[in-house]
Design a protein. Structure first.
Length: 259
């Protein structure tokens, strides 16, 4: 495989995952669950560690543990009536402890900040398909999730099964987190989901603009982060998050200037 092909795979993967992550972030901020993506990134750590030990795909390992974690959170939410973010926090701490015990020390840094240079053609293809699927699902559940977050009684009157949609919502987050661990790692995936959406919220005057710019900032952050990494030869994951933060700072300045 040539370096050019590898670079192309990395770029395409990051574009689709970044765009889907930014779009998802707009829903998470609107639902006031901005930190859930970050916490679920840590839930993926034991799966990443186990995949590295067995020589398996890290995204697959991450998703298996995320799926188990999400189902446990959903089940406990129904039984205990505790808020989702509270249960995510409990599972997050447990997973983080297990992850540090399981993950081999030489590969721990890769698990935490990702290594997109290792993506294959198969990884890229799956990232494209799953990112498009996630975008489609979010588009379908967006209004129902928002209505439920505003008023559960109103959602019930409109025959919205809140429990089912919360499960779909958590599963969608899990898919993006599993895909994102190769881009920015389990430690930084929460930032890739939240910061582009936070930047978008500062400059958007309506929901359509908010969703559009959230996805676009996610894409731009990944593209510029990869290009910058090629120039200064530093890790891609942290550079992507730095670019995200730069977009946020620029949007903050524009908002203050406009006001």
């Amino acid at each position: 495989m040539t370096i050019n092909n590898q670079f192309l795979f990395s770029l395409i993967t990051a574009i689709f995952v970044g765009g889907a992550a930014g779009y998802l972030g707009s829903l998470m901020i609107s639902k006031r669950m901005a930190l859930v993506g970050d916490a679920l990134g840590h839930v993926a750590l034991p799966g990443i560690g186990l995949a590295l030990l067995l020589g398996l795909n890290v995204s697959l390992g991450a998703f298996v543990f995320l799926l188990a974690g999400v189902l446990l959170i959903w089940f406990l939410e129904k039984k205990t009536f505790l808020p989702t973010e509270t249960l995510v926090g409990v599972i997050f701490v447990l997973s983080l402890a297990l992850g540090f015990l399981i993950t081999p020390q030489p590969e721990l840094l890769e698990a935490l900040i990702g290594d997109i240079s290792k993506v294959s053609l198969l990884d890229t293809t799956l990232s494209i398909i799953l990112s498009i699927f996630v975008l489609y699902v979010i588009n379908k559940i967006y209004p129902k999730i928002m209505l439920a977050s505003i008023s559960e009684d109103l959602a019930t009157v409109n025959r919205i099964n809140i429990s089912r949609y919360n499960l779909i919502y958590l599963l969608v987050i899990s898919v993006i987190v599993a895909l994102g661990v190769k881009v920015v790692g389990s430690l930084l995936i929460g930032a890739l989901v939240i910061i582009p959406a936070a930047a978008s919220r500062l400059i958007s005057s309506n929901m359509r603009q908010y969703i559009f710019w959230s996805g676009l900032f996610g894409v731009f952050s990944c593209v510029f982060g990869i290009l910058l990494s090629g120039v200064i030869k530093l890790a891609v994951g942290p550079l992507i998050i730095l670019v995200c933060t730069l977009f946020f700072a620029v949007c903050l300045i524009l908002k203050k200037t406009h006001n």
